[in-house]
Design a protein around this ligand. Structure first.
Ligand SMILES: *Cc1c(COP(=O)(O)O)cnc(C)c1O
Length: 501
């Protein structure tokens, strides 16, 4: 299988090539050049498999230039009991007869980004070797909070790689910030950007496609790559857990073979829900994909109207990992639903770049609406959902997952669809403890307490253990203090890389 650019102006490459490059040279994103399918029989077999075995079987379908031995090694190293605090890796919790929660945050950084970022750093060095590359890889990351730490943890001290993470200085939670600026490792850099996530992400994308910067780092023996969800190597591992959730439902007798289910996905950059879309294309019996947004509801508007318009106010919310107005991976969806019409994708992405908006045609919109449904939750509704879900089910959700639950309730109200539904839970409630503790304990109990005191408060009140990755963060030394303006990102990348040589 080869991978081609959504913009049609780059040479197709192997899976290893796509993972190494991260983004296509023409600014597009790599997509598989042919569909792959999983049969009902194969799905039934998956019900009896471990998470690691499920992962290997899905990855093999896409990473056709990796041997099964290599894939097994990567999978075993990534989804290991030392890294994940439960043997199921991505356990499924039942809330009631219709509703399940897929917990994707049992990895080292307590958010779903670990599901892909524990394995990408194992795939990438092998990909580099396969393509005959002799330069070191410089990974640039823009993060809305969770990707940064997960990528740092995954890539720390991986030979042949360097990683530079940019995060919006005031756009991440205190826990997220401390997780990043205390990062250890010989090959890691963390830089705060005085701007929001969109500016940070645009800054990184501009560096990838700047030929002068690329030439300069090339002379120093580096090649850029990406650990953001624009990298295909991030998306494939995310497809796995949708199959895994379905296989668990089958294994537990919750659904019959072939029965369709819905997935609700709290969405920002559209990477997680796009993986669910690919799972559906592969034959996973999925009815609707419910795209849950926060007050930055650019995707809800798009799915309802076909107009994507990022020229709107940007809000900082209590679900900061979804505070995004430019959802990169939507480009892949547009490519897929237009049957690979790169010319139209180029036109829309061009309009997004120059005018900040584009409108898809009626046929494309219909195809999107046949699969996707969307609504959004503001902060007060999110808080209320955390409280109500805890009261009703004794189940504690983080702010992002609660956005999903709220939108699911709206979906059921609007459609009366009683299909079994799985909410992708994207972060541990302890990671966003300030909001979560306020929601279930009230303002009084939280007032005057720092985030680290609140971890204890929350643990005592709920009986849930504090995740290992969040403990004692406030006692670790700060190792990264650099703050730059968005227009300084290019210069800083060159300085950091050349200073290291
Ligand atoms: C990254 C993230 C999201 C958004 O996922 P996308 O793939 O960017 O749509 C949602 N919730 C949490 C906790 C995240 O870290």
């Amino acid at each position: 299988m080869l991978y081609q650019s959504t913009r049609g102006n780059s040479q197709p490459v192997s899976a290893a090539g796509a993972i190494k490059l991260g983004i296509a040279p023409d600014g597009g994103l790599f997509v598989p050049d042919r569909p792959v399918y999983v049969t009902a029989g194969e799905l039934a077999l998956m019900a009896g498999m471990t998470y690691q075995e499920r992962a290997a079987s899905i990855l093999q379908l896409f990473l056709t230039d990796f041997t099964s031995g290599e894939i097994r090694e990567c999978v075993q190293g990534a989804y290991d009991r030392e890294k994940f605090d439960v043997p199921e890796i991505a356990p499924l919790q039942k809330l009631d007869e219709h509703l399940y929660v897929l917990e994707l945050w049992h990895g080292p950084t307590c958010a779903f980004k670990d599901m892909a970022l524990q394995i990408l750093p194992r795939l990438l060095p092998r990909a580099v070797k396969k393509t005959g590359e002799d330069r070191e890889i410089a990974i640039l990351v823009a993060t809305s909070g969770d990707t940064g730490k997960a990528a740092l943890e995954g890539f720390r001290d991986v030979p042949g790689t360097h990683i530079i993470v940019f995060f919006p200085a005031r756009g991440v939670s205190e826990v997220q910030r401390l997780q990043m600026i205390t990062q250890e490792g010989r090959n890691v850099h963390v830089v705060a950007v005085e701007g929001n996530f969109d500016q940070t992400q645009s800054g990184v994308k501009a560096i990838f496609t700047d030929s002068a910067v690329n030439a300069a780092v090339d002379r120093r023996g580096y090649r850029f790559s990406s650990a953001n969800s624009i990298n295909w190597g991030r998306l494939v591992p995310q497809i796995v857990y949708y199959f895994s959730a379905y296989a668990d439902l089958l294994a537990k007798g919750e659904i019959a073979s072939g029965e369709t289910v819905n997935f609700v996905v709290p969405t920002g950059n559209f990477g997680n829900i796009l993986a669910a879309f690919y799972a559906r294309q592969m034959g996973l019996p999925v009815k609707r994909l419910i795209c849950a947004a926060n007050r930055n509801n650019v995707l809800t508007d798009f799915i309802r109207t076909g107009t994507y318009d990022r020229t709107r106010e940007f809000y900082r919310t209590i679900s900061p990992s979804m505070d995004i107005l430019i959802s990169s991976n939507l480009e892949r969806l547009l490519y897929e639903v237009t049957g690979g019409d790169a010319a139209r994708v180029r036109e829309w992405m061009g309009a997004l770049q120059t005018a900040g908006r584009y409108q898809v045609d009626g046929e494309t919109l219909e195809k999107i609406q046949a699969v996707f449904w969307s609504d959004f939750a503001g902060d007060p509704a999110t808080m209320e959902t955390i409280r109500n879900t805890y009261r009703q089910y004794g189940y504690l959700m983080d702010t992002h997952t609660a956005v999903g639950k709220y939108v699911y309730d709206r979906y059921v109200e609007a459609t009366r669809d009683t299909s079994k539904t799985v909410i992708a839970s994207t972060a541990s409630p302890f990671k966003f403890n300030q909001s979560v503790a306020t929601a279930i304990l009230g303002e009084e109990a939280v007032r005057g307490k720092g985030e680290f005191e609140l971890l204890e408060t929350l643990s005592r009140a709920t009986g849930l253990p504090i995740p290992k990755g969040l403990k004692d963060l406030d006692k670790k030394p700060v190792r990264h203090t650099l703050t730059v303006a968005p227009e300084e990102m290019k210069r800083v990348v060159q300085e950091l890389l050349t200073g290291r040589n």
